[in-house]
Design a protein around this ligand. Structure first.
Ligand SMILES: Cc1ncc(COP(=O)(O)O)c(C=O)c1O
Length: 443
């Protein structure tokens, strides 16, 4: 029986390089507005490896952790895998995804810092749901801006957030200048607009702070419970893996599952496992983007961070995996990619949902469309290997893959799969070049 980790583990001391510092946005007359509890700042910057998880957060984790890990032999057989595939499943909590792991920690730290309301932007809805639940548990008000296309497709995510006590707005909304500046029928309405609205909304209210679900180094730290637990569970099964796979929106579930095995290998002087990031082919920042300073949100109020990006102004094609439609990858993961520590592959939604379809029929769990990207990439790796940056990546021992959430509120997407109506819109190279042309490169 595996145990709930009592500490989060930071990869920062094991990187062998430091992250490029953030810079102020060029248009910021007011300077950079950072409104973070000190503990989250420390968790993002310190070289300390282990961080005690506060008891009130542990108490909440105990309701749904440890999460299951199993050897998915039926799925592996169905896809023709040459090696075992181990699945770590994060969909079994009220939010339906891994996002709850950091939502609980953030609500705890903001509450301790005297904040009374948290506001956020959400794509697929899992982060909004996670924050709504965490706010309910820790006694905070919660306001959520959700990407309009996604909310229309998944109205029940909105119902769940409201049941948990959150106030919900469709984004782009008329409530903020950021929302008003974007036409509601623009097809590329995206998570960075919803985030921009939340940032603007928080800036105008006392006691209100903007919380972000992924991308920040502290949220990746909180997600380390996933990888730490998985290592313990693999040990109990006497299982060996030489590759770890997760999907990437901004990167927190991938960081969560992949960085503890990376850190363990560095600490023990072993070669690190292959870390394979599966992104959406609609938002190919890691495989086709540039490494540059970009905004984390459309409002551009936060600092500019060094990231692989397709450009925060890029009109991302529509897809069912709203959680992956984020223009950039976390600065931590981007720096690791820059230094050759992370491989990446882009997956189309038709392949992703087909892999998820195979998974529910073989393993009895319906993955979120986002998680389908990780399963498709894991299957690719376990069958033929994956080519990235002119290198062939293979696995000889086994693959660990994170199924970051469930797809029970994504049945509309699966209906389209069954009807053969799923298509992939691949962004034009020229548009990516245009959206990234004026971004400064980290030195
Ligand atoms: C189920 C699920 N998986 C993955 C993601 C991508 O986020 P991240 O890359 O931060 O883990 C999301 C984001 O909403 C999600 O809901």
């Amino acid at each position: 029986m595996s145990e709930l980790p009592k500490q989060w583990q930071s990869v920062l001391p094991h990187l062998g390089h430091t992250l490029p510092e953030d810079v102020a946005p060029p248009s910021s007359g007011e300077g950079v507005s950072v409104n973070l509890p000190m503990e989250l700042v420390r968790q993002s910057l310190s070289q300390r490896e282990f961080w005690d998880i506060p008891e009130p957060v542990l108490e909440q984790y105990r309701r749904y952790r440890p999460t299951p890990l199993w050897r998915a032999d039926a799925f592996a057989r169905a896809v023709g895998a040459r090696v075992p595939i181990y699945v770590k499943y994060e969909g079994g909590n009220v939010s339906g995804s891994h996002k709850f792991n950091t939502a609980l920690a953030q609500a705890y730290y903001y509450r301790k810092a005297g904040v009374t309301e948290l506001v956020t932007g959400t794509g697929a809805g899992q982060w909004g749901t996670a924050l709504a639940a965490a706010c309910a548990w820790f006694g905070l008000r919660c306001t959520v801006f959700m990407v309009a296309g996604s909310l229309r497709r998944k109205p029940y995510r909105g119902t769940l957030m409201r049941l948990l006590g959150a106030t919900l707005h469709e984004s782009p909304s008329p409530l903020t200048e950021v929302g008003r500046a974007v036409s509601a029928d623009r097809p590329g309405n995206s998570l960075s607009v919803a985030i921009g609205e939340a940032v603007a909304y928080a800036a105008e209210r006392d006691g209100c702070a903007f919380a972000i679900g992924s991308g920040e180094t502290y949220s990746i730290l909180h997600q380390s419970v996933v990888g730490t637990e998985a290592l313990d569970q693999l040990g109990a099964l006497d299982a060996k893996v030489d590759a770890v796979v997760g999907c990437v929106g901004a990167g927190s579930n991938f960081g969560g599952i992949a960085l503890p095995p990376f850190a363990a290998a560095v600490r023990e002087g072993r070669p690190a496992p292959l870390l394979l990031a599966a992104e959406s082919s609609t938002t190919p920042k890691l495989t086709r983007g540039v490494y540059a300073y970009d905004r984390t949100d459309s409002a551009g109020r936060g600092p500019m961070e060094a990231m692989y990006t397709v450009g925060s102004e890029f009109a991302i094609p529509d897809s069912h995996s709203a959680g992956l439609r984020y223009h950039g990858a976390a600065k931590l993961l981007s720096a690791m990619r820059f230094h050759g520590q992370i491989a990446a592959t882009a997956v189309g939604q038709a392949d992703a949902l087909s892999a998820a379809h195979t998974f529910v029929r073989t393993e009895g769990v319906l993955p979120a469309p986002e998680s389908g990207h990780a399963l498709a990439a894991a299957a690719r790796l376990a069958v033929d290997g994956v080519r990235d940056r002119d290198a062939d990546h293979r696995t000889t021992e086994g693959v660990l893959v994170c199924v970051s959430g469930h797809g029970l509120l994504d049945l509309g997407a699966y209906d389209q799969l069954l009807a053969g109506e799923l298509h992939d819109e691949i962004p034009d190279e020229q548009l990516i070049r245009l959206a990234t042309a004026n971004l400064g490169r980290p030195r």
